[in-house]
Design a protein around this ligand. Structure first.
Ligand code: ADP
Length: 398
């Protein structure tokens, strides 16, 4: 059985057709610049099967057209989805609120409930719903499953998920820590346990998902007990374009004194802050180059990023009391040896000793970067949210 995984964002759709049992990827692609006016020769859909890439050029009016073009490219590449033994479509859905905490078979009611949660995730849930609706229209007989980014953190302990604000207001408006990237934290902590030859129930873990968005989690015996993202994916670590934690008073200050309204501050903190806000670039490869050229604020951006990351690592070491593994994952976590080295530098007395050669060795698979005498294992584990979603969808539809 194959599963088509769809991650539908505001202006893009990423998809992958894969076999959940073997993890073989049959095809993958991305639809970009949805809703934008582009020159007719601009590549907007790129579809890859094996070594071959198939392209579509020209404007993509909406998500429905984008998926339609993608499905045509499946046919053009000799892989008609109608004959692909497609058992399910798995959709990444960002916010499940209090309602959804397990992979869920999509019905009209489920779509409505995900839509109703849009107030909590205005940037994410609406495009997720559009992707679901488009896929249901194009593949009406294939079961569709929603897998929620918040699910892994549904049962955070009350002390970790509760914000210290007026309780009635919080309850009336769904204000709690929900956490995100849950599919990745769940998958990576499982892979880390497998790598160590242990059951997840035997381990306390810290997982650092450092991509464009970034989050940390504390996991006790397989169960998430804390995470850095909150009501929205804005809280916590410094990210590519997001500020992460800040004094909430900054928001009032900017509204009162800088002539900004709520939407301006929202855009500032989500899109023009983080590494980008401090250095002008949000990609860590570019940041590294800027640091080497002596750019005036690039090193500061890096230092602020590391400072915040270490603060969370310290918090989770204390929260868990005893930690067996710290695992880096996602674009930065998997590739940037300097980030890993600096995040854990000087923590020998806490049982953490990164081996410099292991840390800088290039590899694409799960690996240990701590020294043999490091009490806490430090690992790098590639995340694979598509595979995790495909497996969840396949399990649900049997
Ligand atoms: P997303 O959150 O978009 O899924 P990813 O997990 O793919 O992000 O991470 C993307 C980020 O990873 C890039 O913006 C870049 O900063 C970083 N990255 C990717 N490759 C490297 C690399 N070789 N070295 C350092 N950073 C990298």
């Amino acid at each position: 059985m194959k599963v088509l995984v769809i991650n539908s964002g505001s202006s893009s759709i990423k998809y992958q057709l894969l076999d959940p049992a073997t993890a073989d990827v049959c095809a993958q692609g991305v639809v970009q610049r949805i809703g934008e006016a582009v020159e007719p020769d601009v590549v907007t859909v790129e579809h890859t099967t094996g070594e071959k890439t198939f392209e579509y050029r020209g404007a993509i009016a909406d998500h429905a057209q984008g998926l339609h073009v993608a499905f045509d490219l499946f046919i053009a590449s000799g892989q008609d989805l109608a004959d692909a033994d497609l058992g399910a479509v798995g959709h990444r859905v960002v916010h499940g609120g209090e309602v959804f905490y397990e992979p869920t078979l999509i019905t009209d009611d489920v779509v409505q409930a995900i839509t109703d949660l849009s107030a909590l995730a205005p940037l994410h849930n609406p495009p997720n719903v559009i992707g679901i609706e488009s896929a249901r229209a194009l593949l009406p007989t294939v079961p569709q499953v929603a897998v929620f980014d918040t699910a892994f953190f549904h049962n955070l302990p009350a002390a970790a998920k509760t914000y210290a604000i007026d309780a009635e207001t919080a309850a009336a408006h769904g204000v709690r820590k929900y956490g995100f990237h849950g599919t990745s934290h769940d998958y990576v902590s499982g892979q880390a346990a497998a790598f160590l030859g242990k059951d997840r129930a035997e381990l306390n873990q810290i997982v650092l998902h450092l991509g464009n968005g970034a989050s940390a989690s504390a996991i006790r015996a397989g169960r998430a007990v804390d995470t850095s993202m909150g009501l929205t994916p804005l809280e916590g670590l410094v990210m590519g374009t997001r500020s992460g934690d800040l004094d909430p008073g900054i928001i009032f200050h900017l509204i009162r004194t800088a002539g900004m309204n709520v939407d301006d501050v929202d855009a500032l903190l989500n899109r023009y802050s983080g590494i980008k806000g401090l250095s002008g670039v949000n990609d860590f490869r570019e940041l590294g180059r800027l640091i080497e050229t002596g750019h005036p604020t690039a090193k500061l951006a890096f230092d602020v990023y590391i400072h915040r990351l270490r603060r969370y690592i310290g918090a989770y070491l204390i929260e868990l009391g005893q930690v067996d593994a710290i695992t880096f994952t996602a674009g930065v976590g998997e590739n940037d040896a300097r980030v890993r080295a600096e995040a854990l530098a000087g923590l020998e007395r806490y049982g953490i000793r990164v081996d410099p050669d292991r840390n800088t060795a290039k590899a694409r698979t799960a690996r240990r970067i701590s020294a043999d005498d490091s009490e806490i294992a430090v690992l790098v584990v590639p995340t694979n949210e598509e595979l995790a979603i495909a497996r969840a969808a396949a399990d649900l539809v049997g």
